[in-house]
Design a protein around this ligand. Sequence first.
Ligand SMILES: NC(=O)c1ccc[n+]([C@@H]2O[C@H](COP(=O)([O-])OP(=O)(O)OC[C@H]3O[C@@H](n4cnc5c(N)ncnc54)[C@H](OP(=O)(O)O)[C@@H]3O)[C@@H](O)[C@H]2O)c1
Length: 325
Amino acid sequence: MDEKRIIAVVGATGAQGSGLCRAILNDRSGEFRVRALTRNPGSDKAKELARLGAEVVAADVDDGKSLEKAFRGAYGAFCVTFFWEHFSPEKEYAHASAMARAAKRAGVKHVIWSTLEDTRKWVPLSDDRMPTLMGKYKVPHFDAKGEADRVFTDLGLPVTFLPTSFYWENLIYFGMGPKRGADGKLEITFPMGDKKLPGVAAEDIGRCAYAIFKKGNEFIGKTVGIAGEHLSGAQMAKALTKALGQEVRYKDMPPEVYRSLGFPGADDLGNMFQFKRDFESVFCGARNVGVARSLNPSLQTFEDWLAVTKDQIPIEKDSRRAAGE
Ligand SMILES: NC(=O)c1ccc[n+]([C@@H]2O[C@H](COP(=O)([O-])OP(=O)(O)OC[C@H]3O[C@@H](n4cnc5c(N)ncnc54)[C@H](OP(=O)(O)O)[C@@H]3O)[C@@H](O)[C@H]2O)c1
């Protein structure tokens, strides 16, 4: 009989959850085994997890019963929500609550909730430095996560809160990589002034979560904010210049201009960057690189991450050069 304790992972085929699955699967002599939750056990990503040794089960965060069934018998549950699938803070809150209730009913012994700040604690709705969005949020994809923290606490769950950081993968998959400026030079644009942005390699979130499960009681009831490095836009541009072998500049932009860029979620992200800029010491202070490294000694710096991923960062061709200018 397999004596290993089960960790049920929500979002197992996604960025955070898959990192946790791999961390558990790679530790063959470890005390845990992984139960990967997915809406579609037949997908390529789910089949790959099964091939690596995960137990793959169907569950949907819209269906509390499926969550409870998937959490039953598990020692641990990793809970994450998917704001960018639906852009609804209310749904995100409902999904977090459904996971918390399912964990309670299933008797899970350790829950990790991947959360972010409710920014309204620092920027109340009456503060007009940034617009109120969707009627009652400042940073919708943060605020509902932070608001949901209480659901885990109120249910008396053995929970560790895990505030995460900006994934550097956003430079690859989220349209935040270098773009050509008017003069054809590459630039990264964040409305952060000279303030520091805590960032992380997405894979390292799962590795830190795994270490938190391994340490068990030490982290129950605690908040453990993690980052790989805190870097200003200028420092990120310098590292990109070195890795890509061509100049990348940092372009600061007023948050109000960023909010009006017109892509879905631009207003939410404009407010998010402004919050990180205006409350740099709070936000960076809540994400401790030393703690993250002590949990996960292979924690990557931005330079480490770039060394592995630089060829995946989409770089627009210099049309001026292509046109022979
Ligand atoms: N991007 C960043 O810099 C950043 C930083 C910090 C926090 N976050 C937060 O991270 C969260 C997303 O996590 P992620 O990046 O790990 O996700 P992700 O890579 O976008 O993966 C989403 C996964 O969620 C699963 N999923 C979607 N809807 C589901 C549902 N109804 N029921 C069950 N599973 C569902 C999908 O799995 P299946 O298709 O297999 O079901 C998918 O693989 C967001 O809330 C975001 O705000 C992002």
